[in-house]
Design a protein around this ligand. Structure first.
Ligand SMILES: Nc1ncnc2c1ncn2[C@@H]1O[C@H](COP(=O)(O)OP(=O)(O)OP(=O)(O)O)[C@@H](O)[C@H]1O
Ligand SMILES: Nc1nc2c(c(=O)[nH]1)N=C(CO)CN2
Length: 183
C-alpha cells in the first residue's frame, strides 16, 4: 500500500479560454489514477513575469493528495499540459496551461527533470499569493520560512489581483462568475 502525500501545484494560463483551461486541467488531474484534487485557491489575474510582451496570466494553486512518486506526478502534470495542447515555443512564452509541482509533502528532491520545491517559487507572487490561500503555514525548504512569510517578504515586480470569477471545487465544480466572466 503506497503512502499518500499532500502536494501543491501552481497553475498558469495566458492563451485561449483561460478559465476553461484551468478547470479542464483540474478535472483531468483529478480524474487521473493516484491523484485527488482536494482544495483549490482563488484565481488571480497577474502581469507576465520574465517575458513582458505577452497576455496577462490567470494563476492559481491546487492541493493534491497523491500516492504517485514525485517523478510520476510530474509526468501526470506534463501529460495534462500535452492534453491541453500546450506548445512550447519561447521559454516563458504564452501557454494554454503551465503546471508546476511546488511542494511534495516536506520533501526536497533534485532529479534530472525535477526539482522540489520548485526552484523559482520563492520569488513569485503569482505562486506564493494563491499558495497562501491553501497552505500559509507550509514551510518551504530550504528557506525554513512559511509560505505566508515568503509572500509577505516578496519584492515581486508583478501586479497581482484577485480575478472576478472563481472556480468552485468539490461536488459542484462549477465556475461561479462573481461579476462578469473573464476568459
Ligand atoms: N518542480 C517542477 N515542476 C514542474 N516542472 C519542473 C519542476 N522541476 C523541474 N521541472 C522541469 O521543467 C521543465 C520545463 O518546464 P516549463 O517549460 O514549463 O518551464 P516554465 O514553467 O515555463 O518555467 P518555470 O520552470 O520557470 O516555471 C519541465 O519539463 C520539467 O522537466
Ligand atoms: N504572471 C505570470 N508570469 C509568468 C508565469 C505565470 O504563470 N504567471 N509563468 C512563467 C513560466 O512558468 C513565466 N511568467
Amino acid at each position: 500500500m503506497r503512502s499518500q502525500v499532500t502536494a501543491y501545484i501552481g497553475l498558469g494560463t495566458n492563451l485561449g479560454d483561460r478559465l476553461a483551461n484551468l478547470k479542464e486541467a483540474l478535472d483531468r488531474l483529478d480524474a487521473r489514477q493516484g491523484i485527488e484534487v482536494t482544495r483549490i485557491s482563488s484565481i488571480y489575474e497577474t502581469d507576465p513575469i520574465g517575458f513582458a510582451d505577452q497576455p496577462d496570466f490567470l494563476n492559481m494553486c491546487a492541493e493534491l493528495v497523491t500516492d504517485l512518486s514525485p517523478e510520476e506526478l510530474l509526468d501526470a502534470l506534463l501529460g495534462v499540459e500535452q492534453e491541453l495542447f500546450r506548445v512550447r515555443t519561447v521559454r516563458w512564452g504564452p501557454r494554454t496551461i503551465d503546471l508546476d509541482l511546488l511542494l511534495y509533502g516536506e520533501q526536497v528532491f533534485k532529479g534530472d527533470q525535477l526539482t522540489i520545491p520548485h526552484p523559482r517559487m520563492t520569488e513569485r507572487a503569482f505562486v506564493l499569493v494563491p499558495l497562501a490561500d491553501l497552505a500559509p503555514d507550509a514551510v518551504v525548504p530550504p528557506t525554513g520560512k512559511t509560505v505566508a512569510q515568503l509572500a509577505e517578504e516578496l519584492e515581486d515586480d508583478g501586479e497581482i489581483r484577485r480575478a472576478a470569477s472563481q472556480l468552485e471545487w468539490g461536488n459542484s465544480r462549477e465556475i461561479s462568475p462573481l461579476n462578469g466572466m473573464i476568459n
